[in-house]
Design a protein around this ligand. Structure first.
Ligand SMILES: Cc1cc2nc3c(=O)[nH]c(=O)nc-3n(C[C@H](O)[C@H](O)[C@H](O)COP(=O)(O)OP(=O)(O)OC[C@H]3O[C@@H](n4cnc5c(N)ncnc54)[C@H](O)[C@@H]3O)c2cc1C
Length: 509
């Protein structure tokens, strides 16, 4: 299948107006044809109907429009007659577009490369790839990617960062899957991750009662912060320059995909063509994903994306001018309507560069608090940020103290340090509340697949296994004729079940 040349690497800035993407066009109703355009064999079979193009102006949509994003497909429009079927088998050297550079997209690219398949990873991240493997540093020292450095030690990463450091999404991960364990063993051997041995457990709010969890399964943390791990994975994939099988385009928001007869999937983003691909992997979740896939010709994939429900979690990055009077480094908070998790980054990441005595903590809200205080996440009003920060710190203080009026509570209050830095982030589409319980989704007719944490749970492991599995399925499609595709059809009919272990994901801890 022929492809057009790509239009440059990922340094594109977002256009002030994305008018070029404004009119999301549906694949034209096309009768099956017998011969191709000459560039890439026969055209796909596409059928389709008319659709409503009105915009739904919910807060997220509004924020995206303010940022110059356009996408006018909305939920009720899945049209089952609108199914793309590529008539020719997938060739021996396909090119795959991976939309999303979080753990699932990175692991999908890694596995595709291992199997000799070329891919292009698109990601919106301004500071780097990684998605919800996020780390932030205060002031001007936000982590950057693409610098070609790999954290050899915490000290090196810290020297590069300076200031205060916070993992602001994934905190640690556990492993039960053998294929992921072998990847993690490599990361351990090369110093990208290590085992977090500090006290992690549960804290009963108001009782001040911390119960330490057993050390097994090991809790892995990324040396220097989660973003460093994502960056290192990206650097490994890009190593080899021109001979690398993985190309990154970042920041690049893919806003449209369209089946083109005789060519493949044409992607657009940042106001221009982003190339044509033989298969597309959607490696992100949420509204954005179902809007991208919805009008394209993979209706069953779109329907599964539409069934996903996500929680909302506030993250507070907070620094104190002294140590908190607590006996844990990480705690799942129980019995609080506001807080679900608290972690001491200074201890967890072994930060040595923070001003003497300063401690950097990451606090996560409950889903209930996230929903009750939801605002457009790209545009948080300052008064909401202040309120959320104050309430979350107060909730931690209250959770750590013993029963009200007790000597223990008075001691905690007396020793409580001063807050010297706060920054909030709302994860508006944080973690899945339901799951189809399948490692990935693949529609082999249209060659559109989905990977991500939500397909089998909400964790880094679920995301990694999903990406690896989807890559293997796509590789298996090579050379298969239409009557041989059945074993590759995955997750399209899987029923969703509720998922709720903790507000920050489903993983053994
Ligand atoms: C608050 C919080 C705490 C968590 N804590 C833990 C934990 O302690 N342990 C654990 O195991 N897991 C935890 N998780 C879950 C873990 O972070 C996720 O399971 C995992 O990172 C998901 O990876 P992913 O690849 O599926 O998606 P993501 O990481 O979300 O990656 C998707 C990527 O796609 C990009 N993207 C989206 N749309 C487009 C587009 N149109 N074009 C281009 N790029 C696009 C996004 O920018 C993003 O980078 C936590 C999550 C949250 C939110």
């Amino acid at each position: 299948m022929a492809r057009e040349q790509s239009s440059g690497a990922g340094s594109a800035t977002r256009p002030a107006s994305a008018a070029g993407l404004g009119a999301q066009q549906a694949p034209r109703p096309t009768r099956p044809q017998q011969s191709g355009s000459g560039r890439g064999g026969p055209p796909p079979t596409i059928s389709g109907g008319s659709r409503d193009t009105r915009l739904q102006m919910d807060p997220v949509e509004k924020a995206r429009r303010q940022m110059g994003y356009r996408n006018n497909w909305h939920r009720k429009e899945v049209d089952h007659a609108n199914q793309v079927k590529w008539p020719e088998p997938l060739g021996p050297n396909p090119r795959v577009a991976i939309i999303g550079g979080g753990m699932s997209g990175l692991m999908c690219a890694r596995e595709l490369a291992r199997l000799g398949i070329r891919s292009t990873v698109f990601d919106t991240g301004k500071h780097g790839v990684g998605g919800r493997m996020g780390t932030r540093a205060s002031g001007e020292s936000s982590l950057r990617s693409g610098t070609g450095t790999t954290a050899a030690s915490t000290k090196a990463a810290a020297a590069q960062l300076g200031g205060l450091v916070f993992d602001h999404a994934a905190q640690f991960f556990t492993v039960t899957d053998p294929s992921f364990q072998s990847v993690v063993d490599d990361w351990l051997a090369t110093g990208l991750v290590r085992v977090w041995e500090g006290p992690v457990g549960t804290l009963r709010a108001g009782a001040g009662a911390f119960a330490r969890l057993p050390p097994s399964p090991p809790r892995y943390v990324a040396v220097g912060g989660m973003r460093r791990l994502a960056e290192a994975l990206g650097e490994q994939l890009e190593a080899g320059g021109g001979s690398s099988l993985v190309e990154f385009r970042r920041p690049c928001w893919v806003g449209k995909m369209q089946a083109e007869e005789g060519r493949g999937w044409a992607l657009s983003g940042e106001g221009r063509s982003q190339g044509v691909y033989d298969a597309v992997v959607v490696a992100h979740n949420g509204k954005c994903a179902n809007r991208l896939v919805g009008p394209t010709g993979a209706p069953k994939v779109a329907e599964q994306l539409m069934r996903l429900k996500l929680n909302a979690v506030w993250c507070l990055m907070v620094a104190f001018d002294g140590p908190l009077p607590v006996n844990f480094e990480g705690a799942f908070i129980q019995g609080s309507s506001i807080l679900s998790w608290a972690a001491n980054n200074t201890a967890k990441l072994e930060l040595k560069h923070t001003p003497a005595g300063t401690q950097c903590w990451t606090l996560f809200s409950t889903n209930a608090y996230g929903q009750a205080n939801k605002v457009p996440q790209e545009n948080i009003p300052p008064e909401v940020a202040d309120k959320v920060a104050a309430e979350m710190v107060a909730a931690l203080k209250q959770a750590a103290a013993g029963p009200e009026g007790s000597p223990a509570a008075a001691a905690v209050a007396a020793k409580w340090p001063k807050t010297v830095f706060t920054r909030v982030q709302l994860w508006g589409a944080a973690l899945p509340l339901n799951t189809p319980g399948t490692p990935c989704i693949l529609d082999p007719d249209s060659r559109v697949g989905v990977c991500g944490d939500w397909l089998s749970g909400g964790s880094l492991q679920a995301a990694a296994v999903s990406g690896i599995t989807l890559a293997r399925q796509i590789a298996g499609l090579r050379g298969k004729t239409q009557d041989q595709l059945a074993p590759f059809r995955l997750g399209l009919e899987a029923q969703f079940k509720p998922l709720r272990v903790t507000d920050i994901g489903e993983f053994p801890h």
